[in-house]
Design a protein. Sequence first.
Length: 338
Amino acid sequence: MADRVLSQDEIDNVFKKVRDPHPEDDPAKKAVAYDFRRPDRIAKDQLRSIHLLHENFARSLASSLSAYLRAYVAVNLVSVEQLSFMEFTQCLPSPTSMIALGMKPFDGNAVLEMNPSLVFPLIEMLLGGTIKLPVKVTREVTEIEQSILDGLLRIILNDLRAAWAGVTAIEFSIESHETEPQLLQILAPNEAVVAISMEVRIGETAGMMNIGIPSIVVKMLRHKFDQQWSMRRTMASEEERLQMLQKLLPARLHLEARLHGPRMTVEALLDLTEGDILEFDYPLKQPMEFTVNGKLKYRGEMVATNRKRAFRVLEAMREPAREPGRELLLETPVGPSH
């Protein structure tokens, strides 16, 4: 095949492409604008863990509220996302019921918010009324109504505490109440929070409940979330069981065979003198109890074997892992009985 000679125009086009790269190949076009006013975001896998954690919280809360209100309550997790505190408060209605929550032993505060469409039907039910029709009230919650809700809030915080117990122990407590989202100044406007939104449905009435947890607290617990998922494993393999058995073999147990006699007062015990007789009233045919580390495990009888005193197991309190009909002899040196 003959060699093709490039024209001057083709040569100029080649050098032009080298000097002026295609706009789509420009690295600057691939850069993503970053707003430094927005907080950095937590990892997606950790956000999924928080989503699963609050799904469990929603199921537990539905059961607790149903028992407390004596009505069927459904709680559904709507979303889990990271927002700035300003964006979180701007999404809330005004007025509303907001509670600043302490998070001991961690510094900072979380936020629990319940929409008026949820708060006032709950108050109606707690006062003995019914909510056959949706209750639409847009006023602020009074101090008396807030005190009525305190019992309900304790149930919510108790379930929230139990849901987080799988990750770490957090003591949620009520610190203050507020009705206007813009007046709750517990976090900086640009500080990040993990916003958890839930729908609480009671009959035909439904309302939103929102929880805001500072992202800095969640980031501090990243290794705790990793440990939680690493512990969710399948059944141990045979090799792992053997390793565990090897670690347990050197363990020591305290074994004790007992005769349970009558009870007596200290005064009667001090009055005993030489020649007095104590009747234990323990039938000879009644088996003795054998305890392992203070827990009853077997019933049996004392026997002698090879000049030693031993305990013959006649009955196991739980199904023993041994061959049927095989007797287990636990030997101790012969000595005076006590």
